[in-house]
Design a protein around this ligand. Structure first.
Ligand code: ADP
Ligand code: ASP
Ligand code: MG
Length: 439
């Protein structure tokens, strides 16, 4: 029999109706052995995710506010689900324990992680599955990075004990015994880790859309779904902001050769998107697989006559970035110019000043400036390598929409074209590119 690991996101476990739907999906296929659960997400667009409420509690405690009333809303959400499901399960002791632990100097990650912990307790009870606490099977190292080896061994041993189990997503444990979470959306990563440890045939990632779409549905009206996508394409798209799957969720399953199937909890009959290592055939009618992007980049523009003839020029720039712990995204260059694209968020004014001063000192440029307000867009497609004129089509579509291109970079794999535009042009640019390739 096949082995499937299934992960359900926050919107799939936001209320009792969704719990019922999730249970019917799991019970419909006995291959669905291990279930990774998120914290309750939004029930309607103005709703607040439980994870965000827990972060808020933590902040309130830090500023010495009383959380009793606010925490009651969290209690109500969990108790509401239990009551609505008609479950005979008393979670009040757990809820009180969490409140106490939060108020007595537990960390921010501990607070956030309790969203998945409590939801998974309820789901395990409802399904009649075992509960495996992630703090016993997901390990981080002292430096905060994920400890893949230790996790793999412990997770394998634990999974062997149970035929069916629920594991909370998002968190694990540090060597000193404190709880640590992955970054936001990290339950996808837990699902991938469990799938690899279980040696699964398939990792099903259940969410609120029928698969990966060619563009963000919040920007493009009803974009087409992608039937099949390779890990590499997906990595490019999710790194650039396509939010369906956490960008790190690909690694554990890719190493084990396990495909991911993105599915819709609210439309389980839809096939969704298959994420695979390679596809035997190209989607003949589509040159691009998808387009995604992110705002919030800055460009450091450096000009110096005869820069190209100066041995070690780029290395000196990279040294400066390294000294200031700034990671870069792209370095497009001309004969006498070089641009470095960096995320804006870690750069406050003081850090910018220091960077500029250090670049000036090390490279004696004719000019160096930092400009904010750049959005980066990745146009990704495994078929681009065979199709001529793709870049021209991208640029024409943007020109016709009156959008100025601030930067262009093409990956050596010819899997993607990266374009920088003004943040204010971002949505229009995504739409223009999408329409060019889909019509
Ligand atoms: P979950 O709570 O199940 O983990 P997420 O909110 O993390 O779900 O991811 C699903 C959401 O990702 C969708 O509701 C959609 O708004 C957003 N999204 C962004 N880009 C895309 C895309 N290219 N295709 C589909 N959904 C996308
Ligand atoms: N609940 C966490 C978050 O909101 C993790 C997740 O949903 O994957 O980021
Ligand atoms: Mg998610």
């Amino acid at each position: 029999m096949q082995m499937k690991v299934v992960k359900f996101g926050g919107s799939s476990l936001a209320d009792a109706d969704h719990f019922r739907q999730v249970a019917s999906i799991i019970k419909a296929d006995p291959c669905r052995h291990y279930v990774v659960a998120s914290a309750p997400g939004k029930r309607f667009s103005a709703d607040i995710k439980v994870t965000d409420m827990l972060y808020r509690c933590y902040d309130m405690i830090r500023s010495r506010e009383d959380i009793t009333d606010y925490y009651q809303q969290i209690k109500d959400r969990y108790n509401g689900i239990i009551a609505d499901l008609g479950l005979n399960f008393d979670i009040d002791g757990e809820l009180e324990y969490v409140k106490n632990a939060m108020t007595h100097a537990s960390g921010r990650d501990y607070a956030a992680s309790r969203g998945e912990y409590l939801n998974s307790l309820i789901l395990a009870k409802y399904l009649g599955f075992a509960f495996i606490d992630a703090e016993n099977v997901i390990f981080f190292k002292d430096n905060g990075s994920f400890d893949a080896e230790r996790t793999q061994v412990a997770m394998r041993e634990e999974l062997k004990k149970y035929e069916y189990a629920v594991i909370p997503g998002f968190y694990g444990i540090m060597p000193n015994g404190t709880i640590k979470t992955f970054s936001r959306g990290g339950s996808d990563v837990t699902g991938s880790i469990v799938a690899a440890a279980a040696n699964a045939d398939l990792y099903e990632n259940w969410t609120d859309v029928s698969g990966f779409m060619m563009a963000d549905p919040r920007i493009v009206d009803k974009p087409c779904s992608i039937e099949t996508i390779t890990y590499r394409e997906l990595r490019e798209l999710s790194y650039m902001g396509a939010g369906v799957l956490h960008e790190d969720a690909i690694f554990p399953v890719r190493a084990a050769g396990i495909p991911i199937n993105i599915r819709n909890t609210n439309a389980p009959e839809d096939a969704g998107t298959m994420i695979v290592a390679t596809t035997a055939s190209y989607d003949a009618d589509r040159v691009i697989t998808g387009v995604a992007g992110r705002k919030g980049f800055s460009v450091i523009n450096i000009e110096k006559d005869m820069m190209n003839a100066e041995v070690g020029f780029t290395r000196r720039i990279l040294d400066v970035l390294e000294d200031h712990e700034v990671s870069f995204e792209h370095i497009p260059s001309g004969v006498d110019t070089l641009s470095v694209i960096v995320p804006t968020a870690p750069l406050d004014d003081a850090k910018k000043e220091k960077l500029l001063a250090a670049i000036t000192r090390r490279t004696r440029p004719d000019s160096v400036v930092i400009e904010d307000g750049l959005a980066m867009i990745a146009v990704v497609g495994r078929a681009m390598v065979k199709a001529k004129g793709t870049a021209a089509r991208v640029f024409n579509s943007l020109a016709q929409a009156g959008i100025n291109i601030r930067m262009i970079d093409q990956g050596s794999s010819e899997l993607n074209i990266i374009i920088g535009v003004e943040e204010s042009d971002y949505e229009a640019a995504i739409n223009a590119i999408y329409k060019e390739f889909i019509c």
